[in-house]
Design a binder for this molecule. Structure first.
Ligand SMILES: Cc1cc2nc3c(=O)[nH]c(=O)nc-3n(C[C@H](O)[C@H](O)[C@H](O)COP(=O)(O)O)c2cc1C
Length: 174
């Protein structure tokens, strides 16, 4: 009985998934001081993202406990999701790098708008963008399930194909 990490990973790698960028704006350490550290935009590539409920509109993302986004969403209830298109593989790669200290430069050459509701970056050219407010979190093994109410939903670039992840590689449909 029981399954090894390798067996589990291999099985789950056969589940083709769309790729999203989860983003949030870090609250400044001192909100009264515009030069205080913090206050930067943070992004994380994710495939463990799904639609949960229609009424009310809820989505969920699963974050590795102790990841930067997990730590950030513990204090920032507003976040956003950009559903990446097939032409945004470089965005996914960039925001999946481990052990980053700062994301400050990572958004520099990526077109984005700041969500009015969340203050989080919404990636230009994404197939869809959603702004969310955390409703509930559930600790599940070594991950945190973050359930968010969808506050806004837009289709910046509704016509492109999706960026997918399957058997450990980025793919395009077709
Ligand atoms: C295709 C792909 C999908 C990923 N999906 C998730 C996910 O759903 N949840 C998660 O916590 N990490 C996921 N990751 C890993 C994070 O992107 C990565 O750990 C993080 O950006 C690095 O920051 P950290 O050092 O704070 O973990 C994924 C990585 C890749 C390449």
């Amino acid at each position: 009985m029981g399954v090894s990490n390798e067996e589990f990973r291999a099985a789950m790698s056969r589940l083709a998934a769309g790729v999203v960028l989860v983003t949030a704006h870090e609250p400044p350490l001192d909100p009264d001081d515009p030069n205080a550290p913090g206050g930067e935009d943070v992004g994380m590539t994710a495939t463990a993202f799904l639609s949960v409920s229609l009424d009310p509109p809820l989505v969920m993302v699963s974050l590795r406990e102790g990841s930067r986004m997990d730590d950030l969403l513990a204090e920032q209830p507003l976040w956003a999701v950009s559903v990446l298109s097939e032409s945004q593989r470089h965005v996914a790669g960039r925001f999946a790098m481990k052990g980053r200290i700062s994301d400050r430069l990572l958004f520099d050459d990526i077109p984005y708008v700041r969500g009015d509701t969340s203050g989080a970056p919404l990636v230009g050219g994404a197939l869809a963008t959603l702004e969310c407010r955390t409703e509930q979190t559930v600790t599940a093994g070594d991950h945190t399930l973050v359930i968010g109410r969808v506050l806004t939903a837009e289709l910046p670039s509704a016509d492109g194909g999706p960026l997918m992840y399957f058997k450990g590689r980025y793919r395009q449909l077709g």
